[in-house]
Design a protein around this ligand. Structure first.
Ligand code: NAD
Ligand code: DAU
Length: 350
């Protein structure tokens, strides 16, 4: 049985990936290593938690001894590394957490893998899940390719860029079999409601204002999270050693247009008068260092591995909004605890 370590599997993308892998590969044992920060939630994995090929391990990737012991006591065939601090606004408020988890945590995993695998590197792979934000910001045209120079602007994207460099260094220096993917904005169920889409659905539900940063003209490319999970599966199994793959939805939206669409669907599903929640839109101070536009050229993964997004945005977006509305209890659970303090600090109790 192959032993596969997934880090950050209790988070948004990680939980979708684990669900896919546990169900698709009964001959793999999937270990989910997660610290369960505010963003990690085992509720996300309720449907698969009792599967015989799944084990949860609570732990911190920043803890060097713990990570070394974990690799010494298991014989992992591979790692898919998603654990990270992932929210740009939090990185502006508390950058050091991002440096520890995203940089030191990644270094700990790389080092433990190289040490544990040094006498038998064959068929062992380290997959680092990264972001398009490492490439910086685009003007009105163009798209990020795998050779676009790194130009991160937030502590979050700088910490992810730094971890990408470390992963490549472990390939070049120690011959570790690595692959990296850089993906655009994911949307779907189980995303923590600090990120744009679940935050705005939650605020509409509670008749709270919708804080649009700046003029709402920033552009993001949106990909359905299950399509991302399928791309990770494919790249892990078929990607070329040492390579980077950009993943995107070919689906760019100006924030304000996406918000209009979100309002329309949410009002419809809540059976409120059409566009009623538009009055909740409030333009607030822009995010510091706010990248204007991200766009992905995903031709490499398309041409080499035949990956393309399967879910059309109209379908995925409606399904996503519907999921949050049908899972108010989930929203309530994850927003109890420290969430209110975070929200008040970030949005001055709007
Ligand atoms: P998330 O914040 O929802 O989940 C992160 C998970 O990592 C949580 O379960 C958390 O408990 C865990 N974690 C955090 N610190 C840890 C630590 N020190 N030790 C162990 N576990 C820890 O994040 P996400 O949105 O699912 O993103 C997952 C990965 O994908 C991240 O590396 C992120 O940079 C990358 N990514 C995200 C997106 C996106 O749109 N969300 C897009 C591209 C890439
Ligand atoms: O591009 C990939 C990245 O996408 C991932 O690496 C990050 O982990 C993920 O959080 C996401 O980053 P963004 O900063 O693009 O996502 P966020 O949902 O925070 O914001 C999306 C856009 O909406 C962005 O332009 C900022 C804006 N926004 C966001 C929030 C939370 C608002 O206008 N108001 C808000 O309250």
């Amino acid at each position: 049985m192959k032993q596969l370590l997934i880090t950050g599997g209790a988070g948004f993308i990680g939980s979708h990936l684990i669900r896919l892998l546990v169900n698709k590969y009964p001959n793999y044992h999937i270990y989910n290593l997660d610290k369960l920060t505010y963003a990690g939630n085992l509720e996300n994995l309720k449907d698969i938690e009792n599967k015989p090929n799944y084990t949860f391990i609570k732990g911190d990737i920043v803890d060097t001894d713990f990570i070394n012991d974990l690799f010494a006591s298991h014989s992992f065939n591979g790692v898919i590394h998603l654990a990270a601090e992932s929210h740009v606004d939090r990185s502006i408020d508390s950058p050091l957490e991002f440096i520890y988890t995203n940089i030191v945590g990644t270094a700990n995993l790389l080092n433990a893998a190289r040490t544990a695998w040094k006498d038998d590197m064959e068929n062992r792979r380290f997959f680092h899940v990264s972001t398009d934000e490492v490439y910086g910001s685009l003007g009105d045209t163009g798209a990020f390719t795998e050779t676009t120079p790194y130009d991160p602007h937030s502590p979050y994207s700088a910490s992810k860029a730094s971890s990408d460099h470390l992963v490549r260094a472990y390939h070049d220096t120690y011959g570790l079999d690595i692959v990296i993917s850089n993906c655009s904005n994911n949307y779907g169920s189980h995303q923590f409601p600090e990120k744009l889409i679940p935050l705005f659905v939650n605020n509409i539900l509670n008749n709270k204002s919708l804080p649009v940063y700046g003029k709402g003209v920033n552009v993001r490319d949106w990909l359905y999270v299950e399509d991302h999970a399928k791309a990770i599966d494919l790249i892990y199994h078929k990607g070329k050693k040492g390579e980077t793959y950009n993943i995107g939805g070919n689906n760019e939206w100006k924030n304000i247009d996406l918000i209009e669409k979100l309002i329309e669907i949410t009002d419809e599903l809540l059976q409120r008068p059409k566009g009623q929640s538009r009055q909740l839109i409030t333009f607030v101070t822009d995010r510091a260092g706010h990248d204007l536009r991200y766009a992905i050229d995903a031709n490499k993964v398309k041409n080499e591995l035949s990956w393309e997004p399967e879910i059309h945005f109209d379908e995925g977006f409606r399904k996503t909004v519907q999921w949050y509305l049908e899972n108010e209890e989930w929203l309530k659970n994850v927003t109890s605890g420290d969430y209110q303090k975070y929200y008040d600090k970030m949005y001055n109790n709007r």
